[in-house]
Design a protein around this ligand. Structure first.
Ligand code: F6P
Length: 471
């Protein structure tokens, strides 16, 4: 039996992997390595430790790579049929589970759990099973497996059945819904999700609040946690990486271009900046952020010509109409503000919707105020990154519904994300904060934001998973 076990001692499983492929015009494949906390976290355990990352093929290029047997060491990409993946990823993970955990439904008309939902759910099960089987094949006896996110809630339970010898962890990068909202799911589906998760030895969450919500759901709908342990690991920003990357040549170039777009106030001083950078997800609350900025210009005419809202709203999950519509609404409101207040020499909102990491870092460096006002967010790394990079030390306007608020709330200007009037006032307060106060707060924000860098974050989870007695 043991002879059939794989060799990997540490395994990570996530829908999106650390590498993606593109088919070039000449038919060759180009590999692109992604960044992010998990990638740097995993690199911390070193190349010789027999670690394996199991992920899904997401694009035609990825599927072609799997078929040609092209791959990176330490990565196994699963060629799940495109229609099954689309049902599981777009239909269930992003349109149901994401909506439940971020509490995004407009409940008079949605959700509707009908036959189509059941059909997509069956794909979600198939997709989770493909991961569980691949992990069972690849894991060495007693190996540690860390499963990521809401895409893969059923994997721990399925894997436990296939391989009772493994140490299984699961980490949620999103919030978890409170019981009153979670129970919106059909009872059998809610039960399946909770039992799937409880197949793990240990479950990780970004904040105590999300961990408590999960525990409450288990107490209400699954008879408790059983033997599963719960841990909180608040992923922090990677200060060394960010500080170095933010001073590379491409970022310097973007700074020059951005300064040009921002321009100078009538008195010749550089205009102040309110910076936000988001993937355009419905939970990010970009539209209300723009409405608050409009309110600021309305209520406080002294800011006209003297401030610019630099808003980067990068594409996310564009297969879903509701995401595309949201991007269109962001563009419409930004345009409306520019038409209402703009002058020949002043564009009040500088909006970019094309992803450009170097430009994001340039905006971070120039930020006077960072606006992070999500409706609900697992953590929000932008709130942690801007204070580390901003040159003058930024003030942070932060939603109390972001996980990051648990760690940064004391030195931020806190807002209720639905209260546009309060957010407008908070922007004014942040813009008028004395330079000394701002710098002091930014220093403390940066220290809190980098307290648990990605490598430590990952190793802590691994240690806790292997050491059953720690929690
Ligand atoms: O930010 C929360 C999160 O769940 C991340 O953990 C994950 O990488 C991402 O969202 C998934 O986004 P995408 O649909 O672009 O893969």
């Amino acid at each position: 039996m043991a002879a059939s076990f794989g060799a990997a001692q540490v395994l990570v499983a996530s829908n999106r992997g650390p590498v993606s492929y593109e088919v070039r015009e000449d038919g060759s494949l180009r590999a692109k390595r992604g960044g992010g906390g998990l990638v740097s976290g995993l690199s911390a355990i070193g190349p010789d430790t027999g670690a394996l990352w199991v992920c899904s093929a997401l694009s035609d290029g990825d599927r072609e790579a799997v078929r040609r047997g092209v791959g990176e060491d330490g990565v196994r990409m699963l060629d799940i049929p495109a229609d099954v993946h689309a049902d599981a990823y777009n239909g269930i993970a992003n349109s149901v589970l994401w909506f439940v955990h971020h509490m995004l439904y407009q409940t008079p008309l949605e959700p509707v759990f009908d036959a189509e939902f059941r059909r997509q759910w069956a794909s979600y099960e198939t997709y989770n099973r493909a991961f569980a089987q691949a992990l069972a094949e690849e894991a060495a006896q007693g190996a540690a497996v860390v499963v990521q996110d809401y895409h893969l809630t059923l994997v721990p339970g399925m894997l436990r059945e296939l391989r009772p010898d493994l140490r299984i962890g699961h980490f949620s990068h999103t919030p978890w819904a409170p019981p009153e909202y979670f129970r919106m799911l059909p009872d059998d589906i809610a039960g399946q999700v909770l039992r799937g998760m409880l197949g793990a030895d240990r479950l990780g969450f970004l904040t105590r609040r999300w961990a408590d919500a999960f525990t409450a759901c288990c107490e209400r709908f699954a008879g408790g946690l059983g033997g599963t342990r719960i841990g909180v690991h608040g992923l922090g920003a990677d200060a060394d990486f960010l500080r170095a990357r933010a001073h590379e040549a491409d970022v310097e170039e973007r700074i020059v271009a951005l300064r040009e777009e921002i321009g100078t106030a009538p008195d010749g001083t550089p205009r102040r900046t309110v910076v936000r950078v988001d993937r355009t997800e419905l939970s990010k609350n970009i539209v209300r952020g723009l409405l608050a900025y409009r309110q600021l210009l309305e209520d406080r005419p002294e800011w006209r010509e003297r401030v610019v809202h630099v808003a980067f709203a990068y594409p996310s999950r564009q297969d879903l109409a509701v995401y595309r519509d949201y991007t269109a609404e962001v563009q419409r409101v930004a345009e409306e503000i520019n038409e209402r207040f703009g002058t020949p020499g002043w564009r009040p909102v500088v909006l970019h919707v094309k992803d450009d990491f170097a430009r994001s870092l340039a905006a971070y460096r120039l930020a006077d105020v960072a606006l992070v006002n999500p409706i609900r967010d697992g953590m929000n790394l932008v709130a942690k990154e801007v204070p580390v990079i901003s040159e003058a030390g930024c003030a942070l306007v932060l939603s109390r519904e972001a996980g990051a608020h648990e760690e940064l709330g004391e030195d931020a200007v806190t807002v209720n994300p639905y209260d546009v009037t309060e957010t407008a006032r908070a922007l004014h307060e942040a813009l008028t904060m004395s330079p000394a106060d701002r710098a002091e707060r930014a220093k403390r924000l940066a220290a809190a934001a980098t307290a648990l860098p990605p490598a430590r974050w990952f190793l802590d989870q691994l240690d806790a998973l292997r050491d059953g007695a720690r929690d």
